[in-house]
Each structure stands twice: as structure tokens, then as C-alpha cells.
Design a protein around this ligand. Structure first.
Ligand SMILES: [Fe+2]
Length: 312
């Protein structure tokens, strides 16, 4: 009985139509677009919900700018959900709505929901790669990727103040049974939910020393999708936030785009999968952000030529 996954992420936004366009371009499926609300889904039917900043049905905001108001976690049974709610009610109010979704707040003030999950079992075809001794693609050219469709929201990263950071993390570890996988003392704590095996599903990052939206990450089918997804977003006029690279903690290949709904979104592939024999690894110093990032000097003049200035 456990929390299995992120069930939905709810944002309060300035411009509903612009944010809807952003997430459609990003590859999510639009399932509802009204005056007041936009709902999009991943392939496994997690929901991304956008509402206007001043919508009274939204949980209170921890930041002045648009951003995440609530993360709803998917629980695998009604009994487990009831037990979690009963525990949370020992020290905070929990409202259960007409759909059976429980709503409360975490230690930082972010909205926190719990819902019964009904994961879609995907029978999708992951990108196949060939190398000598390991051939995944026989008699089959690599075809053009016409649509990037994120498989799932694989993690959410929230910023928190330094003061109270231990209580903020302990709430998830002790009350929701998350597991710390990597504790980066100067930066934040990476956590995994009980029912998943990604190296992290959640990050509470205290480095910025204020509460706010950091990013949401979406798993795509392969490296090509990370690259092509970013290319597609750039072509649609959205702004890249980081160069393509591969993270150190979690090992995922990443590409980040600035999100008009708040923070950034990440296309991710090849995240480490870990079980409870992994960690928690305690890092007294922050590991390098990435193993590699894309570098190019293609567009800068070469030194020692008539095009450029010789280096000293
Ligand atoms: Fe990430």
C-alpha cells in the first residue's frame, strides 16, 4: 500500500491560453480547455491542470509569480489513502472533495493532494539503439520523430526556504513514506515515492532559500526525443533554459524550457532506476550539476584565422 506516482500537478497562471499552447507544443494531450481551466494529460494519464492565478478553488500560493499550487500524489488503494489522510489529520486540516481527492498543505505551504491512482499500463515502443554487441533495431531504419509525447511526469522539484528545510523534508519522509535517495547538504534532498523506482520523483531544493516552483520533469522515449522535443519548442518560439546535457545525480539526459506557467519544464530520458538498497547517499558538497553538456564552437569565429582573433 503506497504512493505510486505523481497523479497531477496544478498551476496558477497569468495567461491560461498561452500556457495551454505551451503544454500542447510540449506534447501533452489537451483534454479540456474552458474559460476557467485547462487540463492536459501524459501518456499514462497523469493530469496537468492550469487555472487562473485568482481562481478561488486554487490552494494559496507560496510565491508572487505563476507556479505550482498543488502536487497530487497517486495512492494505490483506498485503504492506503484513508490511512494517510487519518495520519495527516492529526496536525492539519484535510478536505476530501467530491471526487475523493484529499487536499491539504505541506510544511512549506504548497498544496498537497492524495488521490486514488489508476495507472495506465503502457505498451509503448521505446526508442531502440544499436551498438556492437547490443542490437535493438534489426532491419529497421530510425524513423523521423513527428510527435514528442511525454510518457509521464517523472518528478517535480520545488524550492523551499533554508529555515525549516529539515522539517519540510521530514514531512514527506515520515508522513508520506517517501525515501531519501541523495541528500545534497548544500542544495536539497532527492526523494523517491514507495511505489516507483526512478532515482527521484521529488526534490526539495533549499539553495534558492525561498519557496517557489523549480521544475517539472517529463520522461520521453529516448535521447532523440529529448533533443527533438527541445528543437520543436525552440521552433515554436519558446526559450531554452539550459543546454542539453546529462545530470550527475539521477544520470538523466535533460533539456529544459522556460515555462510561462512557472519555473521550467524538463524533457528527461535514461534516469537511474534504484531500489531500497541504494542510498541514501549523503553529499557534504554539491556534486557537479552535469556529467556533460552540449558544447559547440560552430557559431563562433575560429581563432588564428582571418575570421577570428588569435588567442594570446
Ligand atoms: Fe529534473
Amino acid at each position: 500500500m503506497s504512493i505510486e506516482r505523481i497523479e497531477s500537478v496544478v498551476y496558477g497562471v497569468d495567461d491560461l491560453d498561452e500556457c495551454a499552447r505551451f503544454f500542447v507544443d510540449f506534447g501533452l494531450e489537451l483534454v479540456e480547455h474552458t474559460e476557467d481551466r485547462v487540463v492536459l494529460t501524459t501518456q499514462v494519464k497523469q493530469r496537468l491542470v492550469l487555472k487562473r492565478n485568482d481562481d478561488p478553488t486554487l490552494p494559496a500560493s507560496v510565491e508572487a509569480t505563476p507556479g505550482i499550487r498543488e502536487v497530487v500524489w497517486g495512492v494505490d488503494s483506498q485503504a492506503a489513502l484513508d490511512a494517510l489522510v487519518e495520519n495527516l489529520r492529526t496536525d492539519r486540516e484535510v478536505d476530501v472533495d467530491q471526487d475523493g481527492v484529499a487536499h491539504t498543505y505541506d510544511e512549506t505551504g504548497f498544496g498537497l493532494g492524495l488521490a486514488l491512482t489508476d495507472p495506465v499500463q503502457l505498451n509503448y515502443d521505446p526508442r531502440k539503439y544499436n551498438s556492437s554487441g547490443r542490437v535493438e533495431r534489426w532491419n529497421q531504419p530510425h524513423t523521423e520523430i513527428t510527435d514528442i509525447t511525454p510518457i509521464r511526469i517523472c518528478h517535480v522539484a520545488l524550492n523551499i526556504p533554508k529555515e525549516g528545510r529539515h522539517e519540510a523534508v521530514d514531512f514527506y519522509l515520515n508522513r508520506l513514506n517517501f525515501r531519501a535517495t541523495d541528500i545534497v547538504e548544500p542544495m536539497g534532498v532527492f526523494m523517491q515515492v514507495e511505489g516507483d523506482d526512478d532515482q527521484h520523483n521529488f526534490l526539495l531544493c533549499h539553495r534558492p532559500d525561498r519557496a517557489g516552483t523549480n521544475h517539472t520533469s517529463y520522461e520521453v522515449s529516448g535521447f532523440d526525443d529529448v533533443i527533438e522535443g527541445g528543437n520543436h519548442m525552440i521552433q515554436k518560439g519558446w526559450r531554452e533554459a539550459r543546454r542539453l546535457g546529462r545530470h550527475t545525480v539521477g544520470s538523466n539526459v535533460f533539456r529544459f524550457i522556460h515555462n510561462p506557467a512557472g519555473g521550467r519544464v524538463e524533457y528527461a530520458a535514461d534516469m537511474d532506476r534504484v531500489d531500497d538498497t541504494y542510498g541514501p547517499n549523503v553529499h557534504a558538497e554539491t556534486p557537479p550539476h552535469h556529467i556533460w553538456v552540449l558544447e559547440t564552437n560552430r557559431d563562433t569565429p575560429a581563432p588564428n584565422t582571418s575570421e577570428g582573433t588569435a588567442l594570446p
